[in-house]
Write a protein that binds this ligand. Structure first.
Ligand code: ZN
Length: 468
C-alpha cells in the first residue's frame, strides 16, 4: 500500500465524514447561501427570456429553447442529458387582432383583445354582431337560443378579489375561457369574448387555452379575451346601449402536430439509482410575452436544483432528474409522454416537484401524497421557517408531474406568493423585468432543500431507502 493512496483515502474519508456529519440546518444554509451568492437561475432566465423569447409549442422559440437548455444541462456535468421526443400541437396567432365597439349612433371605440389559444380565425374581414353579456353558463342556458343566436357572447365574471389564494379565484373563472365557446355554440352564437383572467384593471388581454371538444368544424366559433378595462367599458356601454355592436378580427390557425421534445438531465443515485425523483417546469410558454414567470422561472429553478446539489457537494442516493416539459399550456403532451415512458420503462418515481406558479417569493409547498408522507413533510417545516417558508398544504402539485401519480408517491408544487401572478399570467407583460432575482433564487433553493430531504430520508412508507 503506498503512502499517497493512504493519504488520499484519509482525505476522502474526512470529506465524507464531514458531509455526513453536517446537520440538515447546515446543509440548508449552504444551499440557500450558494443560490443567493452565486446562483445561475437569473442569468439563465435572462438568456431564455431575452435571447430566445416566447416558446409556444411548435414555434421556432420552443425549438431554440430545447437546444439551448440541453446545452446548458450538458455543461453541468450531469450523468445523463437527453431529449425525449413528443408530438405537440402547433397553433399560430397570425397578425395582431383588432376589435372595436360600435354604438348605435355609429361611434367606434377600439378595445384590446387577443385570440384564445386554439381558437379559429374570424372571417377575413372580421365579425360584427350584437353582444349578450353573461356571467356563467346557467345564465347562458336561461337566455337560450332566442337571445343568443347570431350574437357574440361576452363572458364577464371577474376573478374574485377577496380570495387570498389567487389560483382559487382563477379556478373559479377559467371555465368561461376554456369552454365558453362550446357552451355558446349550442345556442348558435357567432363568437365569444371573455374577460381576461386578471385581478387587476388594466389594458392587457390575457390569452390561454380553450377547447371546442368534439364540435364539428361548422359549429366552431372564434373566441378572444378582452382586457379587464375594456370588459368594464363594454359592460357599461351595453347597459346604456344594448343594441351596440362588437367587431373583431383575428387570423389565428391550427396546424398539424409537429415533433418537439422534453429536455431531461439526470444525476444518477449512488445507492438507489432505480428510485427516481423529478424536479421540473414547462419549457413552452404563451406567445404574447416571453414567458418569464410562466414558466421560464420554473425551468431555470429546476435546472438550478441539480446545479446546487452538485455545487454544495450533495451526492444524492436516489436518481434526481430535471425534466423540462414541452406543451403544458395547450395540450400537456410533454407531461403525459414523460409519465408514459416512465411506466413503459418500469421506472419507480418516488417524488416529483414542479415549479409552475411564477417566480415570486416562495411560501411553501402544496403536496399531493398520503397522510403519512404529508406528516413527514410537516416534521421538516421548522427547517424552512428561518427562510420564511412555512406554508404547507395538501392539494394539487403541478400539471406536468400529476400524470406520475401512483397513490403512494409524493407529488409537490412549489407555492410562491401568488398576489401578483395574474397581473402577468399569459399576457404581454409576462417578461423578464417582472421577475425579481432574489425571489427566483429563493425558490430554487427551496426546491433543492425539499429534494435533499426526500433523498436523505426517503418517502415515508414506500421507500426501501436507508435512513441516515
Ligand atoms: Zn405554466
Amino acid at each position: 500500500m503506498n503512502f499517497i493512496r493512504v493519504s488520499l483515502s484519509i482525505v476522502s474519508l474526512f470529506i465524507t465524514t464531514t458531509l455526513f456529519s453536517q446537520s440538515d440546518e447546515a446543509i440548508f444554509k449552504s444551499i440557500y447561501k450558494t443560490a443567493l451568492t452565486h446562483g445561475k437561475s437569473y442569468d439563465w432566465l435572462n438568456y431564455l427570456s431575452n435571447q430566445i423569447g416566447s416558446r409556444l409549442s411548435g414555434s421556432l422559440g420552443a425549438e431554440k429553447a430545447v437546444s439551448w437548455t440541453r446545452e446548458e444541462l450538458e455543461k453541468l456535468g450531469l450523468d445523463k442529458v437527453w431529449l425525449q421526443p413528443v408530438m405537440v400541437p402547433k397553433w399560430v396567432r397570425g397578425a395582431k387582432e383588432y376589435a372595436y365597439i360600435k354604438s348605435t349612433e355609429g361611434k367606434t371605440t377600439t378595445v384590446n383583445i387577443c385570440a384564445l389559444g386554439g381558437s379559429i380565425a374570424t372571417p377575413a374581414l372580421g365579425l360584427k354582431a350584437n353582444v349578450v353579456e353573461v356571467h356563467d353558463f346557467e345564465e347562458l342556458d336561461s337566455l337560450g337560443r332566442a337571445h343568443i343566436e347570431g350574437k357574440i357572447v361576452f363572458y364577464n365574471r371577474p376573478m374574485q378579489p377577496d380570495v387570498i389564494h389567487t389560483f382559487e379565484a382563477y379556478g373559479g373563472c377559467v371555465n368561461q375561457r376554456y369552454e365558453g365557446a362550446v357552451q355558446a355554440s349550442k345556442y348558435g352564437a357567432a363568437g365569444v369574448i371573455v374577460r381576461s383572467m386578471n385581478l387587476r384593471l388594466d389594458d392587457l388581454p390575457h390569452t390561454g387555452s380553450m377547447t371546442y371538444k368534439d364540435l364539428p368544424n361548422d359549429k366552431r366559433i372564434p373566441s378572444a379575451a378582452i382586457s379587464t378595462n375594456d370588459a368594464e367599458l363594454l359592460s357599461t356601454m351595453l347597459k346604456l346601449d344594448p343594441d351596440l355592436e362588437f367587431f373583431f378580427r383575428q387570423n389565428c390557425k391550427q396546424f398539424k402536430d409537429v415533433l418537439s421534445y422534453n429536455v431531461i438531465g439526470e444525476i444518477t443515485g449512488s445507492q438507489f439509482p432505480k428510485e427516481y425523483m423529478v424536479v421540473g417546469g414547462h419549457l413552452d410558454s404563451w406567445d404574447l410575452g416571453d414567458g418569464s414567470h410562466d414558466d421560464g422561472a420554473g425551468v431555470v429553478q429546476s435546472m438550478e436544483v441539480l446545479r446546487l446539489l452538485k455545487e454544495t457537494g450533495i451526492k444524492p442516493k436516489r436518481s434526481i432528474r430535471v425534466v423540462l416539459f414541452m406543451n403544458e399550456e395547450n395540450g400537456l403532451r410533454g407531461g403525459h409522454k414523460y409519465a408514459e415512458e416512465a411506466k413503459k420503462n418500469g421506472e419507480h418515481h418516488v417524488f416529483a416537484l414542479e415549479s409552475d406558479a411564477g417566480g415570486f417569493s416562495p411560501r411553501g409547498f402544496s403536496l399531493d401524497c398520503t397522510d403519512a408522507a404529508y406528516n413527514q413533510v410537516l416534521g421538516w417545516q421548522h427547517l424552512f421557517k428561518p427562510y420564511l417558508i412555512h406554508y404547507f398544504e395538501k392539494g394539487e402539485s403541478g400539471a406536468d408531474v400529476s400524470p406520475l401519480k401512483t397513490g403512494t408517491n409524493v407529488l409537490a408544487g412549489l407555492r410562491p406568493d401568488s398576489q401578483r401572478y395574474f397581473d402577468h399570467h399569459h399576457a404581454s407583460n409576462d417578461t423578464f423585468d417582472a421577475v425579481n432575482k432574489r425571489e427566483l433564487e429563493l425558490g430554487a433553493a427551496t426546491m433543492t432543500a425539499l429534494v435533499y430531504l426526500f433523498d436523505t430520508y426517503g418517502v415515508h412508507e414506500i421507500s426501501s431507502g436507508l435512513k441516515n
